[in-house]
Ligand binder design. Structure first.
Ligand SMILES: N[C@@H](Cc1c[nH]c[nH+]1)C(=O)O
Length: 350
């Protein structure tokens, strides 16, 4: 499944990188603007005495590679990745601490066109994996900060409290906090056309109007192919994403199956570089039994011609050789048996 997803991403021109599972902590954190210090699984490396951390996310590692080893490469730079990550805290829906993440990062742009490319690749990779009934929930992760610094002013202390109440979708407390201006943003959340129409009623809020134009372009690119919603204040899980964020869901799969958005990579010389990307969470897809291909396992009885088995492997079969007369094809989970040079279907024993 991971392989299939990575191949689908790669076909869109994303080059695979394979950063290590553990990195020195100082190299793993601080790469992405606005990323908060995370709870990381850490160990002390007995050789260097430096702290190693296990990655909770591969995006920051892709950012490091883009800013160091690939700093000289022309932009846009397209990177793909896949592998395990380790979370310190789990959720009820996903109690496992080790998860498999696969994704893509488009480095050098965070434009609307970049957002459409990245979302398109994510959707295509999910479709290739057999996922149907996909829904994309769009969000505007830095909208509140942007409005608070401009047309809907809030002091830093009040901003903090308004943020908390917005995260809790606590409408009563928001009103009590003098955060009434922000109430329509909460109320607008829902199917994309309706949400945009409601938000358009907030006149004269320039940064909002600009983002709604962008949201409409993104929605138009995927209308009819996936379900689309907008929740302009949703921020859960969007730590470092900037103007746009998205979560991916699908029929029959529990919880979020992917997430992404725009963000900023910090270079060592202080330069900032825009980027856009997504990560898919592979475990729910595997749990749902998606992407299973018809079995091409063939049992090779003792004494068969090794060249016949080799020819089948060259055609994409998996061969399981009997070590002796007593080996059982069913125990080897084979649906076929080699007779002469051809695989013949085995009747499942009833
Ligand atoms: N890595 C992020 C999603 C993302 C990829 N690129 C940008 N954002 C996550 O898993 O939450």
């Amino acid at each position: 499944m991971l392989h299939r997803v990575i191949v689908a991403i790669g076909r869109n021109g994303y080059e695979r990188v394979a950063p290590p599972l553990a990195e020195f902590e100082d190299e793993l954190v601080g790469r992405l603007k606005s990323a908060r210090a995370q709870d990381l699984l850490r160990v002390v490396d007995p050789i260097s005495q430096r702290t190693l951390a296990l990655r909770p996310d591969i995006t920051a590692q892709a950012g490091r590679i883009a800013a160091t080893r690939m700093a000289h490469r022309p932009r846009p730079l397209r990177l793909a990745y896949g592998g395990p990550i380790l979370k310190l805290k789990t959720t009820q829906l996903r109690p496992e601490r080790e998860l498999i993440q696969a994704g893509a990062e488009l480095i050098g742009s965070d434009s609307v066109t970049a957002a459409i490319e990245v979302l398109g690749v994510a959707i295509e990779a999910l479709e290739t994996a057999g996922v149907t009934g996909i829904t994309v929930d769009l969000t505007l992760p830095d909208l509140i900060e942007t409005l608070a610094a401009g047309p809907m002013p809030l002091t830093p202390a009040r901003l903090e409290r308004v943020r908390e109440r917005l995260d809790a979708k606590d409408v009563g407390a928001l009103a009590a906090l003098d955060g009434q201006d922000y109430l329509p943003l909460v109320a607008a959340a829902g199917p994309i056309d309706r949400a945009v129409a409601r938000l358009r009623l907030l006149d004269g809020v320039a940064p909002l109007a600009e983002r709604l134009d962008a949201v409409e372009r993104i929605a138009a690119a995927f209308a009819g192919r996936v379900g689309l919603t907008l929740d302009p204040t949703e921020r859960h899980g969007f730590e470092y994403q900037s103007w746009i964020g998205f979560s991916l869901f699908a029929d029959g799969l529990s919880g979020e199956i992917g997430r992404g958005g725009s963000y900023t990579i910090l270079h060592a010389d202080g330069r900032e570089e825009p980027a856009m990307g997504f990560s898919l969470y592979i475990d729910p897809l595997v749990d749902a039994g998606l992407g299973q291909e018809p079995s091409r396992r063939v049992f090779v009885p003792a004494g068969s011609d090794p060249a016949a088995a080799a020819a089948l492997r060259a055609e994409g079969w998996t061969t399981i050789a009997a070590l002796g007369e007593s080996d059982d094809p069913a125990a080897a989970n084979c649906a076929f048996i080699l007779r002469g040079t051809t695989p013949e279907p085995l009747q499942p024993s009833s």
